[in-house]
Design a protein around this ligand. Structure first.
Ligand SMILES: Nc1ncnc2c1ncn2[C@@H]1O[C@H](COP(=O)(O)OP(=O)(O)OP(=O)(O)O)[C@@H](O)[C@H]1O
Ligand SMILES: [Mg+2]
Length: 266
């Protein structure tokens, strides 16, 4: 998978973009791949996570931090993952080129807004992953994101793989049967709406939007990763770790051009 670029973006805030980026990064790093992380969100959540992860996994170097904002300002490399902080549209092309030349995978975490960084990242990407909750509000975000994607691919005159990832799905362990059924039906309805209603307008023809078979379930270890830096471990939550690895595996299949909608994953 040398130098492949994955943009993780959705114009809706809080849809699971940074969590997805961290999970993919740590899954591929654990498989021995090298990963560059481009943090293109001024909130700098990816950089914040990287700092926690690096310290938790033995980083003893110094982070260069802006004392006013407490943000990491300089690129930093640890154990096969390199963080490029504070990436904007002005330096995205250069940073992507540098990262592509030196890493197996380049992941770009975008702000939850339809901005210039999204256009540049979608333009540079080999694959676009669009995390979205199974909610009507997130579906609105998908419409905006998909129209930006349509503009970019029409300019490039080439369809880049574009996949929605349903997030926060699944059944919390202590939910009533009625609650579980409603939740499952909502997740399934959102998947069907995206697959059948949402279209990409490319070269004057409507094209369907694919949804990854794997969903990112609602899981405590995915949340606590933002506090500890550490991805789920099989010892603490085998289901969460399985979910992370299934996502990484399906995304790898997409990058290799081997994705099939009927592949059943976790
Ligand atoms: N699958 C999940 N299970 C449990 N908690 C999650 C999950 N995914 C994300 N979270 C939590 O939900 C919140 C939003 O997730 P995240 O920050 O990844 O979204 P985002 O799309 O990057 O948000 P923003 O638009 O602000 O950048 C965070 O507190 C995160 O820890
Ligand atoms: Mg984020």
């Amino acid at each position: 998978m040398a130098g492949r670029v994955i943009a993780v973006g959705c114009s809706k805030g809080g849809s699971g973009k940074s969590t997805t980026t961290c999970l993919l990064a740590t899954a591929y790093q654990a498989q021995g791949l090298t990963v560059a992380l481009l943090d293109a969100d001024p909130q700098a959540h990816l950089a914040k996570w990287f700092r926690l992860w690096a310290i938790a996994t033995g980083f003893t170097g110094e982070f260069v931090i802006d004392p006013k904002t407490s943000r990491i300002t300089d690129a930093v490399d640890h154990n096969g993952i390199k963080l490029y902080p504070l990436v904007t549209k002005d330096d995205m092309r250069g940073k992507v080129a540098e990262a592509k030349a030196n890493f197996d995978l380049v992941l770009i975490d975008l702000q939850g807004a339809p901005n210039n960084e999204m256009v540049f990242a979608f333009g540079a990407a080999d694959l676009i992953v669009v995390p979205a909750q199974a909610s009507g509000f997130d579906l609105d975000g998908l419409i905006t994101t998909t129209s930006i994607y349509s503009e970019v691919v029409n300019m490039k005159e080439r369809l880049t793989p574009y996949f929605v990832l349903l997030t926060f799905t699944g059944v919390p362990r202590k939910q009533s049967l009625g609650g579980k059924l409603i939740r499952q039906a909502t997740d399934a309805y959102a998947r069907e709406q995206i697959s059948t209603v949402l279209k990409v307008d490319f070269a004057g023809e409507p094209h369907p939007v694919h949804v990854l078979n794997t969903e990112l379930h609602y899981r405590q270890p995915f949340k606590s990763m933002s506090l500890t830096g550490m991805p789920p471990s099989a010892k603490d939550d085998a289901e969460a770790e399985k979910n992370q690895m299934a996502l990484a595996q399906e995304v790898a299949l997409v990058l290799q051009g081997q994705w099939q909608s009927e592949i059943a994953t976790a």
